[in-house]
Design a protein around this ligand. Structure first.
Ligand SMILES: Cc1cc2nc3c(=O)[nH]c(=O)nc-3n(C[C@H](O)[C@H](O)[C@H](O)COP(=O)(O)OP(=O)(O)OC[C@H]3O[C@@H](n4cnc5c(N)ncnc54)[C@H](O)[C@@H]3O)c2cc1C
Length: 382
């Protein structure tokens, strides 16, 4: 077992840390306050190769491993959780399924610009009546005599939706077949009949734009089918397994931000004649935060390593997301406590971390769903 980063991974970490510290962090408060999509940071992530890190270079990606993706995600989310999720969706939820299930022609046409950051992607599985119960899809896809498909329905909460060029879309083509009736498509967002609702007004990750997507008799050629007819559920679930590693890394970044900001504050704020980190109650909080963050990082890197080695990783990814999101929420809550009254106002970053942390327990499977996934693996003896 090896706990040291390779030279390549260390280089990714340095590049991501420099970018996050020098370019992302100075803008994070403003992005949050103004609910601003950080277009210029997305362009820089494209230049740095962060929008398709683990995609082969032949398809426009960075040709790196999933461990490198985790490392970069943590650094960028430490500076700005909104920028982190924009990156995570493009890598995990869009490039990854097209890389694994797309035809050669689809990879050339769609994966290559997505991985290079020339296009931005979104992933549309959730619907008003299908969140945790993803198999309850109501968006219909009906095959036409000429071989094309007509798609109608509504998708909910789609991260990057309002700013995306391409969508990995899930539909129901045979409701009687249950989850085996789900079919995936690559949807160009400028296809006639596609419309995004107003951006969601969110508690946190306010720089990330999400919205409903309305699909009104959208016609797609059969060449945009992703995988097989009826194979969409498998694509969605396996994609979310990988996505959870990315969200665990986002949670790690938020937790680290909460710790680092609280630690710095605790060294300068004085009460009763000494810095508050000299009070054991505060010092122990910081010690617990640091220990739990390390444990969450190890779980996350283990899941990434398993994926890199083509070993089963579904249970480990669910454990990483479950634990890291819990750690992020706890660290953010304790961070506010360490800041005292200053933790409760927008002048300091602690309240932003608290608002940003919450989403990591909700999207790509709530914490309850992660527990169900883990328990199912245990029942199967895995
Ligand atoms: C900001 C944001 C961005 C998002 N981005 C995307 C995106 O890009 N693409 C996408 O497809 N989706 C996206 N989502 C949707 C997200 O994945 C869902 O919100 C999430 O899966 C939960 O579904 P739901 O909101 O319908 O809640 P529900 O499924 O209605 O769940 C409500 C509550 O019941 C619990 N629950 C449900 N079923 C069970 C069960 N069997 N056992 C125990 N508890 C249960 C849940 O854990 C939760 O606490 C996003 C959501 C948000 C808020």
């Amino acid at each position: 077992m090896e706990f040291q980063l390779t030279d390549d991974q260390a280089m990714v970490q340095k590049t991501a840390r420099d970018f996050a510290t020098l370019e992302v962090l100075p803008k994070a408060a403003e992005i949050d306050r103004d609910h601003r999509f950080p277009k210029e940071l997305v362009a820089r992530m494209a230049e740095l190769g962060f929008l398709g890190i683990a995609v082969p270079e032949a398809y426009g990606g960075g040709g790196m491993d999933v461990v490198s993706y985790v490392i970069a995600m943590e650094e960028i989310s430490r500076a700005c959780a909104s920028t982190g999720v924009i990156m995570s969706v493009n890598n995990s939820l869009v490039c990854d399924p097209i890389n694994r299930f797309g035809t050669e022609a689809q990879k050339q046409e769609w994966l290559t610009p997505l991985a290079a950051g020339k296009k931005l992607g979104c992933f549309a599985l959730s619907e008003p009546e299908a969140g945790s119960d993803a198999a309850a899809q109501r968006t219909t896809a009906v095959k036409q005599p000429d071989g094309s498909w007509i798609i109608s329905g509504t998708k909910n909460w789609i991260t990057n939706g309002p700013v995306a060029d391409v969508c990995v879309l899930f539909t129901m083509n045979d409701r009687a077949a249950g989850h085996k009736g789900i079919t995936a498509f690559i949807l160009p967002m400028d296809t006639p009949g596609v419309r995004c609702g107003s951006p969601d007004d969110k508690l946190g990750i306010r720089g990330s734009k999400s919205s409903q997507i309305f699909l009104d008799d959208v016609r797609l050629p059969d060449s945009l089918l992703l995988g097989e007819v009826g194979g969409g559920f498998k694509i969605a679930m396996s994609t979310l397994d990988g996505g959870r590693i990315g969200i665990a890394a986002q949670a790690l970044g938020i937790a680290r931000a909460a710790l680092e900001d609280a630690l710095a504050y605790s060294q300068t704020r004085k009460t009763f004649g000494k810095a508050i980190n000299q009070h054991q109650a505060i010092a122990f909080k910081l010690a617990d935060m640091a220990t739990e963050i390390d444990a969450a990082r190890l779980l996350t890197l283990r899941a990434a390593w398993l994926k890199d080695h083509k070993l089963p990783y579904g249970k480990e990814a669910a454990m990483a997301k479950l634990y890291a999101s819990d750690v992020a929420n706890k660290a953010a809550r304790e961070g506010i406590q360490i800041f005292g009254g200053n933790g409760y106002v927008t002048e300091y970053p602690a309240e932003r971390h608290f608002r940003d942390a919450k989403i990591t327990e909700i999207y790509e499977g709530t914490s309850e769903i992660q527990r169900l996934v883990i328990a199912n693996y245990l029942t199967k003896g895995a």
